[in-house]
Design a protein around this ligand. Structure first.
Ligand code: CP3
Length: 349
């Protein structure tokens, strides 16, 4: 009798859906599933600053596992933050509770760009340790690694913190084109270093978060941003893990986004997935796109909207169910568990 072959994370429905291969049922995970809505997260994090927690391998491991244990999602996402590579490189950034990343010395001049320290891979040992521990604990459940895309990181560096209009960022992009290019190249190299460390340690997929790309016109995105997101994916060489590319409000950019080199495109709730599938074109799977606010509504609404997203997702070559953006802090974790069960039931193939 032969030894039964245990399927590993590379054969998981998440990886298969991202590649457009047949799945047993629609896989589901939630952006920002770690933290935020979970009481066990708040207990564990109490007294530890966010960026401290991200650099403690045991805390990263435990927080990453919490939503997998509780909800039975089809993937874990590494507990970290998009600003972490900058912090590790030595940029003075703090994550203020309820606000987000705040940069002590925002980038305002060419000299500021040139003064940014490079990310040395040997500073990422804590991350490699965390990923290895997680891969061992997770067994067949895939671990998704991630990085912030150059544009979205540039918005934090230039604005000095979270912003709505990203007006300073755009002004810098238009008036300092050479410095803009150097800044985005720097951020692309650092994102690729951050992702390669995670891939080398065993993550099963990677997601590039370009959360704020939707504030750009298609022309500016194509000329001044997309080439640098492509540099991140190109910087991963021939590593064989599926690549996910996500942004909010990217409906008008979807026909371009695929050019950066992902296997799967994440979309928000503003356009239905069948329309998104048409816009991205045939070579891509889709991830999304339930409005996170729906999870605060009544159960009948939740059920109806989940069913709609699962059905419309069938128009794509592969579909991973997710929210259109991160879990809102007020979300009842019980609703998330319910959504996982419902997607698994409705998404059977
Ligand atoms: O599921 C997960 O939570 C995985 C870990 C994760 C975090 N940040 C932890 C976090 C991931 C994938 C991110 C990505 C991230 N960080 C993005 C891209 C995704 C998106 O939401 O568009 C962005 C833009 C950031 C920057 C950032 N970090 C903001 C805007 C904030 C403040 C708002 C908030 O969510 O509270 C953070 C802080 C942050 N990142 C927290 C966590 C758990 C909260 C920190 C705390 O608990 O004090």
């Amino acid at each position: 009798m032969g030894t039964p072959i245990t399927p590993g994370p590379a054969d998981s429905d998440l990886v298969r859906a991202a590649r457009g291969l047949p799945v047993s049922r629609t896989p589901v995970w939630f952006m920002r599933q770690a933290g935020r809505s979970l009481p066990e997260y708040r207990t564990l994090r109490a007294g530890t600053a966010m960026l401290q927690a991200c650099q403690d391998p045991d805390m990263v491991t435990e927080i990453t596992l919490q939503p997998v244990r509780r909800h039975g999602v089809d993937a874990a996402i590494l507990f970290s933050d998009i600003v972490l590579p900058l912090v590790v490189a030595g940029v003075d950034i703090e994550i203020k509770p309820g606000i987000g990343p705040v940069v002590a010395n925002p980038v305002r001049t060419v000299a500021d760009v040139d003064a940014l320290p490079p990310l040395e891979p040997d500073r990422l040992d804590f991350l490699v340790t965390a990923v290895r521990q997680l891969v061992a604990e997770l067994g067949p459940t895939p671990l998704i690694g991630f990085a912030g895309a150059p544009f979205t990181l540039a918005t934090y560096l230039i604005e000095g913190g979270p912003s709505k209009e990203h007006a300073r960022t755009k002004a810098f992009m238009y008036s300092e084109p050479a410095a803009w290019q150097r800044l985005l190249e720097h951020l692309a190299v650092s994102a690729a270093v951050f992702l390669r460390a995670q891939i080398g340690a065993g993550v099963s997929a990677v997601q590039l978060f370009d959360s704020w790309a939707g504030v750009l016109s298609a022309t500016d995105y194509a000329q001044r941003v997309l080439p640098h997101s492509r540099e991140v994916f190109d910087g991963l060489g021939d590593t064989d893990v599926p690549r996910i590319h996500f942004g909010v409000g990217t409906g008008e950019l979807l026909s371009l986004i695929g050019d950066a080199g992902a296997d799967m495109v994440g979309v928000d709730w503003r356009i239905p997935l069948d329309e998104a599938a048409r816009r991205v074109g045939p070579g891509f799977s889709l991830q999304g796109n339930l409005d996170p606010a729906v999870l605060l509504a009544d159960r009948a609404t939740v059920d109806r909207e989940v069913a709609r997203v699962v059905a419309q997702g069938r128009a794509a070559r592969g579909h991973v169910f997710n929210l259109g953006h991160g879990v809102l802090p007020d979300t009842d974790p019980g609703v998330l568990t319910h959504v996982v069960e419902l997607v698994h039931e409705l998404g059977r193939r």
